[in-house]
Ligand binder design. Sequence first.
Ligand code: HEC
Ligand code: HEC
Length: 510
Amino acid sequence: MGYPIWDLAIGGSLLMALVAIPHVIVSHFAIGGGLLIALTETLAVKRGDPELRGLAKRSSLMLILVSTVFGAISGVGIWVVAGLVSPGAISALIHTYVWGWAIEWVFFVLEIVAALVYYTTWDKISKGAHLLVGWLYFVAAYLSLVIINGIITFMLTPGRWLETGAFWDGFFNPTYWPSLALRTGLCLMMAAAFMVFPAMRAAAAHRVRLVRYLGWWFAAGALVSYAGYRWWEAALPDSVHALFRGATPKLATLAATRHFALWSLATALALAVIILLLRPRLARPVTAAVLAVAAFAFFGGYERLREGVRKPFLIHSHMFSNGLRVAEIADVNQRGVLAAAGWAGQAAAADPADTGRQVFRAQCASCHTLDGYQSIRKALPSVADALAVAADDPAGSGARAYREQCTACHPDVSYQDMKGMLPSADEIRGDPGMIRDLNQGMIAAAVVKLRAMGEVYLAADRTTMIDTSPLHSPYMPPLVGTEEEAEALVAYLASLADGREPRMAMKGGE
Ligand code: HEC
Ligand code: HEC
């Protein structure tokens, strides 16, 4: 609220993901690489094993130099994009964690300097000194994880910070240690998977031995990740579990993501045991790539889950994804959202649908695009949807349409009951205006429910994590604003559902 809104056809969260995913993957490579390369070089020097040392050396270009440089550049990209997509959140994070970020950046500088020195001084300085630089690199890289982990986990489980507002309460929050364990295991797995490639370039006589050596690290990383994952899940409050666990998760896609992540991890471990430990001769670029993909899949699934279960918040129980603070709800209801979000209000016009569009941009566009990711148009009931439900032609398609288009808002009504309530397909074809009116009524009723959620948040105890699971839409912020603004939103949404879009609705900005 209160910042300009950046309208993006693909949606801010998708752009953020596009920038963040490569960064996060590569920066875990950089950390895991630091650990595994420093360990490998230390072992090699201790045992006088030139092959092992060669492995560390061949790995260091990609794992340390390239990943650190790429990590640094894409990290800047994250700040730029996040600052544009969620200015309110970035402001809140900076205000809470200014010293955390400052420390983080000190470690980054140290990490980059150590990476440059390490890569350029192989066989140029004494072995002991080179090892020292390697460990220095790892410590700096790992400490940057130690810091950022405090900030990322804080957003999902702010814990006692909600009560005290104290830096350390937010930093060492309930998911801090589980998440650190999980990420440490991940870093190890990813680095070990990558090092299989340079290991295959070793002399034939040593290849099997080196691949097995990496296999142990990969397996250890997978087990640590798994333990970290379970611990992470156990540290989440029940209200968060309700979104993605149990017999009827509130967000089915997140439950699927969880399965995907855990199966990927199991696959990665099984493949590592077979390819790296039992049959090291199977280790080929292709099999190593499959291994890396399985590890990535787990990683991606976990990150998606972590982001997903935080809905509807950016900082749990403090700030919603659209920048609205829980503490602001009463005030914005009274003043109006267009007054509070001054930038959105500029274009509010005589046509209520245009005002409604501004309300949508200020409150809904951070999660819903018009027609792309999380499309709002598809989420709304349309005449075509009702027709598909009523016609049921071919047989079975009606039930599917109902499941996809209606059950989000009608979880307790069976398909048969709904069919009984709807007019027949022919009647709908003859008088689509009747369904259009029904849809408009549904949208109005749904908006009323969204607005009523604000009362629940107002009444909630804000010193602990708020339980959103009993809410009508546990993954959506409440609608805030005046009565007239809510009505304008209904007019706008109804015009979308009809396919009669207001002028400009498809254009990006003004
Ligand atoms: C925090 C992100 C977020 C915000 C902000 C948000 N939504 Fe949603 N919305 C969701 C999610 C997630 C779903 C469920 C999608 C699914 O089931 O896969 C959803 C679903 C919907 C649906 C489908 C029916 C339902 O209840 O599941 C409608 C309609 C909807 N949103 C309207 C809105 C409106 C109107 C606003 C603004 C007042 C809004 N949303 C703001 C995340 C959000
Ligand atoms: C955005 C949420 C939303 C979606 C999606 C939605 N509905 Fe509704 N619908 C409502 C609300 C809210 C009501 C008002 C009654 C209530 O609270 O259940 C309602 C009422 C109805 C009614 C009137 C009977 C009654 O229960 O009061 C019918 C019939 C109906 N919906 C059919 C459908 C069909 C068919 C679909 C799918 C094409 C659909 N709805 C999709 C929110 C929705």
